[in-house]
Every structure is written in C-alpha cells, then in structure tokens.
Design a binder for this molecule. Structure first.
Ligand SMILES: [Zn+2]
Length: 271
C-alpha cells in the first residue's frame, strides 16, 4: 500500500516536472522566433551599427536572441541610473551578436547586469608577498565569475556607436562569459568540435606570444594592448577586434581570425 502511494507521488512529481520543462522550452522557442517590435528595431538601427552590418538572415536570428536575453536577464541601474529600453537593447544586441551563429544562443549561469552611468570605482585586492594590498581601480566593465556583468553606460554607448575602433565593452565582457562556460575563465572557451582544441591551442598560444612581442617593440596594431595582461584578456580584446577591426585582423592576423571565425561561426570582414 505504502509503496504504491510513493509510486503515485513520484509519478506526479515527474509529470509536473515534465510539464514545467515543456512550458519553459515552449516559451523559449516562442521568444526566439518572435521579431522585435518596430520601435525596438529603430533603436538598434540608430545605436548598434554592428546590427545594421549583419547579413539580413542573421538580423532576424539576432532579434530572437535579444527577445530571449531581455526576458531572462535583470538590469539594475546603479548610482541612481534609470534603465531605459534604449540601454537594455544596446546591451542585449551587442551581447547577442556573439551568439547569433553559435549553437547555444543564450548566456546561462548568471542573471543580473548592473549598469553604472559612467566608469565606476571598484576595490581591488592584490598580494605583495604576505601583505594584502587594497587599491581603487576605475573600470568601464567587468564580468564576475558565475555572477553579474557590470557595465558603464557611457562606455557601452561609446563602444556600440563606433563599430570600427576595436573598443566595445559589451563584446569584451560577454566574451568573458563565453570563456567561463566550461567552468574556468582561462582564454579557452567551449569550441564547436573536440577536434578544434589542438589547433586553437597552437594558434592562440603562438598569436599571444607574437602579440606580446609586438607590444614590447611598440609595433602592435589591430588588438588592444590591454590583452597583454593575460590570455583571458587576450581572448576578450581579440573578440572586440574580430568584430570591429575585422578586415585588418583578417589581413594581418589571418590564423587568429580563422580561429575566431570558426568559434563564432561568423565572417564579419565580409559584412
Ligand atoms: Zn576583461
């Protein structure tokens, strides 16, 4: 008797869980297929030049990604900033450009995007031997491991409006989010095929060494020197250049371009 009650209870839990999962999936599919309302498309056309450069069929996919992103993420204004549709859309569209031709078209593992009006000051802790050193560091954005993204709106708008200067804080911080999807942020994101890892490691290691050498000789172009901080930052700034200095990267750093082209499934130099 007791065994059959337990069985019925477990069956009910499984059914409710199945219905819930079906609803979440159905909702996700609907959001991905829904175009944005015309007033939101106008915001993208006016403030996200990378969106207008996208091939038409990818623009439709991007709209679905943006729909889902806006539904899933929570935007929090800091220092009195009021979050507008414009702010949400500029951030969502730039973030989703990284996903538009990837298999997983969402950013799992975190929910919140904190937006400051301008660059903000964060406490930075480092160690000098056994001494803990605290200092203030001014930032345009940051990505917390398995936690929120923090952005300065002034830098978001500046980065989005000029799509050819290689600086885009949203592309940068969300590249970090892709990087951490395998559990560690180490400059090695989840690649499409397991067969791609060997070549990625060879090319990225060589390109990073050559980049450090160019930076030291004062001969660096295409990729921002901030990438010299680490392999993690190199991947993030290389992503900014891949989208915003795509022609220069394809010409000067074709092997790095090829790796990112395969990773993102995009060829922005031909847009
Ligand atoms: Zn970074």
């Amino acid at each position: 008797m007791q065994a059959s009650i337990i069985f019925i209870f477990l069956a009910l839990v499984a059914i409710i869980w199945g219905i819930q999962r079906y609803r979440v999936k159905a909702r996700r599919n609907r959001l991905f297929q829904e175009p944005l309302p015309p007033e939101h498309i106008t915001i993208l056309e006016n403030h996200v030049p990378l969106y207008t450069r996208l091939p038409k069929e990818l623009r439709e996919t991007l709209q679905g990604c943006v729909n889902y992103f806006l539904d899933e993420k929570v935007f929090v204004g800091c220092d009195g900033l009021e979050i507008t549709d414009e702010t949400r859309l500029i951030i969502a569209a730039n973030a989703c450009i990284l996903l538009v031709n990837r298999r997983m078209k969402r950013y799992p593992g975190f929910k919140t995007i904190l937006v400051y009006p301008n660059t903000y000051v964060a406490k930075q802790v480092s160690y000098s031997g056994l001494v803990e050193v605290h200092k203030d560091s001014t930032r345009a954005g940051e990505s917390w491991h398995r936690g929120p993204i923090v952005l300065s709106l002034t830098d978001v708008v500046r980065g989005s409006s000029n799509e050819q200067d290689g600086h885009n804080v949203v592309l940068h911080e969300f590249a970090h989010k892709l990087d951490e999807q395998n559990g560690v942020m180490d400059g090695l994101p989840v690649l499409r095929e397991s067969a791609h890892y060997k070549e990625w490691a060879e090319v990225l290691t060589r390109e990073y060494d050559e980049f450090l050498d160019r930076v030291e000789r004062g001969k660096n172009k295409v990729i921002d020197e901030y990438g010299a901080v680490s392999g993690v930052e190199f991947f993030a700034v290389a992503t900014e250049s891949f989208f915003e200095k795509s022609k220069q990267m394809k010409k000067r750093l074709p092997e790095l371009y090829q790796q990112l082209q395969t990773f993102y499934g995009l060829d922005p130099a031909n847009w």
